[in-house]
Ligand binder design. Structure first.
Ligand SMILES: Nc1ncnc2c1ncn2[C@@H]1O[C@H](COP(=O)(O)OP(=O)(O)O)[C@@H](O)[C@H]1O
Ligand SMILES: Cc1ncc(C[n+]2csc(CCOP(=O)(O)OP(=O)(O)O)c2C)c(N)n1
Ligand SMILES: [Mg+2]
Length: 357
């Protein structure tokens, strides 16, 4: 009998074992799946590869579009994640990608996969959080889709925004000697997650569990109710600063800075003692015998902004407040490094949450 040779993306299926997703990693998988697509419409100014897609809307304006999927058991655990907070966070995760393009968020579409164990009251709580986020970030809920789910809860948020064409900031615009700036502090959300997971472990099987969160409230807030930095995008506009590149910190500083380096074809030096880390993050990291810097580099879910500006804008950036300069852009062939206080250099590796999966 003749052997059948089907090919999928040029992989002969009859001769080869199926390729495990883990061998590509998430970013490798996205590239593998999307590489063979070309852009057909002149209105698609930027497709796959940045925080949001950029679509022409008139002569000077663009529409920005991004989508994020949150899955129960993967992105959140309903034993300790209040639904109101979850609704709020789902909006933040999507809106943050529009802000990372220097855009104004305007509309949201929210789709749900709802498992039978979820009550109408629980969904009311989820939507109270979504409503609160819509009011705070001045966005309109304009649609979505609702289905029963046979697995857990799935929340899928698409966010649309707008920007002037020349003000859109891409990942790929960082230039040699630019300053690397970040907002807020890093690693707190990851420590909040560690705290919640610890209390869940300790209190497993206890009838009326009373988790111990005293002194760590800030960590919980950063994990359960992160802020989208719309204030920073507004401040940048007030100061008339258009960053050369920008990304939101969802996957951890190391992984996200490497995305800037890859897209901008550059290297980077960041200084360990300049990475802002909150007191509670350091204290809790010590308590559980982990390194707060590792949490900042690889923890993820901070939803702060990382951007680069020309050296000449240092004073203006510092004047904004809430922004720290943590390093500078170097030539591509010098790689991306973390410089320790004793002058040691550690090569940055993408060890974000997703790369460990
Ligand atoms: N399954 C997919 N099909 C097409 N494009 C995708 C897919 N998954 C992710 N992307 C695109 O790949 C890029 C990187 O995705 P991701 O790292 O999730 O971005 P972000 O962290 O900013 O949300 C984005 O432009 C995103 O739209
Ligand atoms: C139960 C649980 N386990 C692990 C995590 C950690 N976690 C989930 S997503 C994520 C980073 C963001 O990744 P992704 O959803 O791919 O965001 P994107 O880059 O697409 O914006 C992290 C650190 C979590 N929040 N909850
Ligand atoms: Mg992003």
């Amino acid at each position: 009998m003749r052997e059948v040779h089907t090919t999928v993306n040029n992989i002969p299926m009859a001769d080869k074992k199926p390729t495990e997703i883990a061998s590509l990693g998430e970013f490798g998988l996205i590239d593998h799946l999307t590489d063979s697509f070309s852009v057909r419409n002149a209105s698609t100014l930027r497709g796959v590869g940045d925080d949001a897609a950029v679509i022409a809307a008139g002569a000077d304006e663009v529409t920005l579009c991004t989508t994020d999927l949150l899955l129960e058991g993967v992105d959140f655990d309903l034993t300790y994640f209040p639904l109101k907070h979850l609704g709020y966070k789902a909006v933040v995760v999507a809106v943050s990608d529009l802000l990372a393009m220097n855009g104004r968020p305007e509309q949201l579409l929210v789709s749900l996969g709802v498992s039978s164990k979820i009550s109408v009251e629980a969904l009311d709580d989820l939507y109270a959080g979504i409503r609160f986020a819509c009011e705070e970030m001045e966005v309109d809920l304009v649609g979505g889709d609702t289905k029963a789910s046979v697995t857990g809860l799935a929340i899928h948020v698409t966010a649309l925004g707008r920007a002037r064409k020349e003000e859109v900031v891409y990942r790929g615009g960082a230039k040699l000697h630019d300053l690397i700036c970040i907002t807020g502090n890093l690693g707190a959300a990851y420590m909040g997650l560690q705290l919640l997971e610890r209390e869940k472990r300790v209190l497993r099987g206890v009838k009326d569990p009373e988790p111990e969160f005293k002194g760590n409230e800030y960590l919980l807030q950063r994990y359960l109710k992160p802020a989208a930095r719309k204030d920073i995008v507004e401040l940048l506009a007030e100061e008339k600063i258009v960053p050369t590149s920008m990304i939101d910190l969802s996957d951890g500083l190391a992984s996200d800075l490497l995305q800037i380096c890859k897209a901008s074809k550059c290297g980077a030096r960041i200084y360990l003692d300049r990475i802002p880390i909150a007191r509670q993050t350091t204290a809790f990291a010590e308590e559980i015998h982990t390194d707060p810097v590792v949490a900042a580099l690889n923890g993820g879910e901070d939803y702060e902004l990382l951007f680069t500006v020309p050296l000449a804008l240092q004073e203006r950036v510092m004047r904004m407040g809430g922004v720290d300069v943590i390093g500078h852009i170097t030539a591509e062939n010098t790689g991306a490094y973390l410089v320790t206080p004793d002058g040691g250099e550690i090569r940055l590796k993408a060890q974000g949450f997703r790369d460990k999966e």
